[in-house]
Design a protein. Structure first.
Length: 331
């Protein structure tokens, strides 16, 4: 993380489009707008612009009046592209309009440019993410990967920074990204003060993996479906491949092969996945201790559960429970 020095007030231009996710525009203005020097001077100037100025439709029941056109992008130190409700299923196969492409092309070389949520589709369609690491909202990852194979998509993180081209995973992770940019520019003291003023954490642990549920529903119409249903009812027990195979009246070798064909992963990987999901549900919905949850979900020990939860969602059981329940009970 390199700190960037700007002799004058840093100009942040927010490029909005019809269907703007209004919260994302507010995030950028609020966070950068609160950043001040030790002498109390504002460190950023934040302006909103559009390819076509005027009333811009939002995802809510109001419009916003945008008076600046996209020519402001050429003078900006940072350009932010929030999401639009039109980003979900772009109609033109990953292409953006000529006026929008021209607006982005006017951004000076070396200018920091960032997207929030599915605003990443715009950066990718403009070719700004080719060969770079990026992220987007987890619900849109499959579509993004299919449309933009030249982008190194990381679906688990809250945000990315690849040499000054940044992406945030979802609406709220726009907060994480803005705080990160402020921290890069002016250090932790300034960004922490902005976080305090906004009543948010200066830095969140883990990535968006902790917000994704990945259950593989059993299907009795498949040859391994009955075994999966049987296993889900006994996750608290040690389960062997031989026991699972016996539910389908198969040899271990045949069961393992068919399981991979039907589910896409090995039986052992699937069992671990289901145990993590069970642990997550118990952390969210019960007051059981970590030791009790480890036993109930089949991990046996709290240490084993912590290791697996950390590997899958990127946080400890205690941190996960705090995220989804707001307090630690019996941890």
């Amino acid at each position: 993380m390199q700190r960037v020095s700007h002799p004058a007030r840093h100009l942040v231009a927010v490029l909005v489009r019809p269907g703007l996710l209004s919260m994302e525009l507010g995030i950028v203005h609020r966070l950068f707008g609160q950043a001040v020097s030790a002498e109390g001077e504002r460190l950023y100037e934040v302006v909103t612009c559009a390819v076509v100025p005027g009333d811009v439709r939002t995802d809510a029941d109001f419009t916003i009046a945008v008076t600046r056109d996209a020519s402001v992008l050429a003078a900006a130190d940072t350009v932010v592209v929030p999401a639009s409700d039109e980003d979900y299923g772009p109609a033109e196969g990953g292409r953006i309009s000529a006026p929008l492409a021209a607006a982005l092309a006017s951004v000076r070389p070396g200018t920091r440019i960032a997207s929030i949520c599915t605003g990443s589709f715009v950066l990718a369609a403009a070719g700004l993410l080719d060969g770079r690491r990026a992220t987007t909202h987890w619900r849109s990852c499959d579509m993004f990967r299919e449309m933009f194979p030249a982008v190194e998509l990381d679906p688990d993180v809250l945000y990315t920074d690849d040499d000054g081209v940044l992406t945030a995973a979802g609406v709220a992770s726009g907060i994480d990204l803005c705080l990160y940019m402020i921290r890069c520019d002016h250090g932790a003291a300034v960004s922490n003060e902005v976080a305090r003023g906004t009543v948010v954490s200066p830095h969140r642990e883990g990535g968006q993996a902790q917000f994704i549920r990945r259950p593989v529903p059993p299907s009795r119409s498949s040859s391994t479906g009955p075994a999966r249903t049987w296993a889900l009812e006994r996750l608290d027990r040690p389960l062997t491949l031989r026991e699972l195979a016996a539910q389908g009246s198969m040899s271990v070798r045949t069961f393992t092969r068919r399981f991979r064909e039907e589910v896409g992963i090995s039986p052992v990987q699937w069992l671990t996945q289901q145990r993590v999901e069970a642990a997550r549900r118990l952390l969210e919905e019960t007051d059981l201790s970590v030791d009790q949850i480890a036993s109930a979900s089949g991990f046996g020990t709290a240490t084993s559960m912590r290791q697996h939860l950390q590997a899958v969602v990127g946080v400890s059981p205690t941190a996960y429970r705090m995220t989804f329940r707001g307090a630690v009970v019996g941890a």
